[in-house]
Structure formats: structure tokens, C-alpha cells
Write a protein that binds this ligand. Structure first.
Ligand code: FES
Length: 317
């Protein structure tokens, strides 16, 4: 954990604030690579992940962008309402679940709304590398598009294409045209709301883009329907102990109630922190972290949200 304070706070767009965080002791922060995020520990015990959006060679401070989400589970609201300049808080070291493939001949970056944050950092890095790339940034309107001034003043401004829902038809995102050539030397990166990501990734898949060149980062899972959740059991492989998972509790919650702690962070199947090996049984994957192929192997699952199709899962714990 690193103790930081908010050294700057700026409105970047309607309902989007940026927060610049620097170490309380004035020392440099750990280096990070484009696509990395930090866990921010908020008052009340909430932990939220935010992508770093400053250029990845800067270690004097970290910059994050936070959308005030009306459907917030408390995190974005706490950031907007409580994090003023001078406020101290704890953060994790950066982790990167959305790394750049820096040797790609060409990169296509797609950002929707607040999904611009890791994409911005990637664009900075690709420009530094002298790599070929295009950045497509979609937002409901220019008022809701964060970091526009920075993008337009950047040395890679001519590579940035803006697409607004309330703009003319000719400036709308044409994903099918942009993804028409799934060239083996081109990598695709997508970050944004679920509907935007599904549109870009489904289009990519239909055009023949393989998963390993279609990189994605989700920042919120769609609310899931728990009406048909059933109960099942998990067995702890190391002890043989069997724990019942009731319909109204996650595996992680039931394990915790039995004294077995699983490290959690997003609790939505996005970050992979809770990933746990499965030695027998069939999980019902509800995460957005594992690829389809990884899920199909059924040898690991995310106990914060995933459940079981079989009556028993044997966990590698
Ligand atoms: Fe993030 Fe489970 S805690 S995937």
C-alpha cells in the first residue's frame, strides 16, 4: 500500500473529474506500463480500480479519471464528493491486466466514455515508440468527453478520431469499416461501457479478429440477474472440507463466513484478483476477466461472482 495525497483535481468533462495523486513522503511512485491500473482504497473500506492515464514514464504522480456514475455502488460518488486537494488515501502498486503489445506493427485503440483513461496512456506510449496507431474516441457528446483538450494538443492529435452520439452521421463510429482488415500485425484495444465494448468486439469477431489480438478492459460489469441462482457446495482440496454455498451468497462470501479468506478487489469478475483454481466440477463463469477459451477449460474461476453448474466444485485451496 502506498500513502498518497490528492495534489490536483480538475473537471475534465460533465461528471468526470481527474485526480492527480502523489506520495505523501514526496518519493517517486512505482513505474508503470500503459494499460495499468491502481486499486484506490476509499473511506468505508471500498476498493475501486482506476486506470492510470498520465504518460507511463511519469512517476512523480499518477493521474486517474473518475466518472460520477448515477448507478455507483459508492466508489465514484465517494471520489467526487470526498476527494479534495490535500486529502490522503491509500493506493496499491500499479497492476496491468491490459498490456500493450509494443511490437505490433499497427494498433487500433477504441475508447468509449471514461474508457479513454487507459487508452490515453497507450496512445502516449505508442507515440513515444514511434508506432503506427489510430485512436477512436466515442462519447455521448463533446461535453461528456474527457481529456479532449489534452488529446487535441497532443503531438498525436492527427491520429485521434472523435465520434459523438449527438454529432453528424458521417462522424459516427463505423466499426465494421475500421475493423474490416484483421491483419495479423495489427492489435485492437477496447475499453468503455459494456454496450460499446460488445459492439466493437462482436464486430471484430465477425470480421475474423482472434481473441489474442482483440485486447479489452471492462470497468463495470452489467448488473446480473440472480433470480435463478441455486445452491451448491465447494470442497477445499487441501483439507477435504465441504462448504455449502447458499443461493443468496457468493462463493467468496460463503468461504469468508467459514474462515477462509479470498483476496478480493472489484467483486464483479473484472480484475482477476480472486482467481482460484478448480480441480473438479464445472463452474458457471460470470466474469469478464477470463477469455472464452480460458473459461471453457474450467480449471479456474472467479469466486466473487461465478457459481457452479455441477453440485460440487473442488477448489485448489
Ligand atoms: Fe475482481 Fe473477483 S475480485 S474478479
Amino acid at each position: 500500500m502506498i500513502e498518497v495525497s490528492v495534489v490536483a483535481r480538475n473537471n475534465q468533462a460533465q461528471d468526470i473529474c481527474s485526480f492527480e495523486l502523489a506520495r505523501v513522503d514526496g518519493a517517486p511512485l512505482p513505474a508503470f506500463a500503459a494499460g495499468a491500473h491502481i486499486d484506490v482504497h476509499l473511506p468505508g473500506g471500498l476498493i475501486r480500480q482506476y486506470s492510470l492515464c498520465n504518460p507511463p514514464w511519469e512517476t512523480r504522480s499518477y493521474l486517474i479519471g473518475v466518472l460520477k456514475d448515477p448507478a455507483s455502488r459508492g466508489g465514484s460518488q465517494a471520489m467526487h464528493e470526498q476527494m479534495q486537494v490535500g486529502q490522503t488515501l491509500s493506493i496499491s502498486e500499479p497492476r496491468n491486466l491490459f498490456p500493450l503489445s509494443e511490437h505490433a506493427r499497427r494498433s487500433l485503440l477504441f475508447a468509449g466514455g471514461i474508457g479513454i483513461t487507459p487508452i490515453l496512456c497507450m496512445a502516449e506510449r505508442l507515440h513515444q515508440l514511434g508506432a503506427e496507431f489510430e485512436l477512436h474516441y466515442c462519447a455521448r457528446s463533446i461535453e461528456r468527453a474527457a481529456f479532449i483538450e489534452r488529446l487535441q494538443a497532443s503531438p498525436f492529435a492527427e491520429r485521434v478520431h472523435l465520434h459523438f452520439d449527438d454529432g453528424d452521421a458521417e462522424q459516427r463510429l463505423d466499426a465494421a469499416a475500421l475493423l474490416a482488415d484483421p491483419d495479423a500485425n495489427t492489435h485492437l484495444y477496447v475499453c468503455g461501457p459494456g454496450g460499446f465494448m460488445a459492439h466493437v468486439l462482436d464486430t471484430a469477431k465477425a470480421q475474423g479478429w482472434p481473441d489474442e489480438r482483440a485486447h479489452r478492459e471492462y470497468f463495470a460489469a452489467a448488473p446480473s440477474n440472480h433470480d435463478n441462482d441455486g445452491s451448491f457446495a465447494v470442497q477445499i482440496a487441501s483439507s477435504g472440507r465441504i462448504i455449502q454455498i447458499p443461493a443468496d451468497k457468493s462463493v467468496a462470501e460463503a468461504l469468508e463466513a467459514s474462515g477462509i479468506e479470498i483476496q478480493l478487489s472489484c467483486e464483479q469478475g473484472i480484475c482477476g484478483t480472486c482467481l482460484t483454481g478448480v480441480l473438479a466440477g464445472e463452474p458457471e463463469h460470470r466474469d469478464l476477466y477470463l477469455t472464452e477459451d480460458e473459461q471453457a477449460r474450467n480449471d479456474q474461476f472467479t469466486p466473487c461472482c461465478s457459481r457452479a453448474k455441477s453440485p460440487l466444485l473442488v477448489l485448489d485451496l
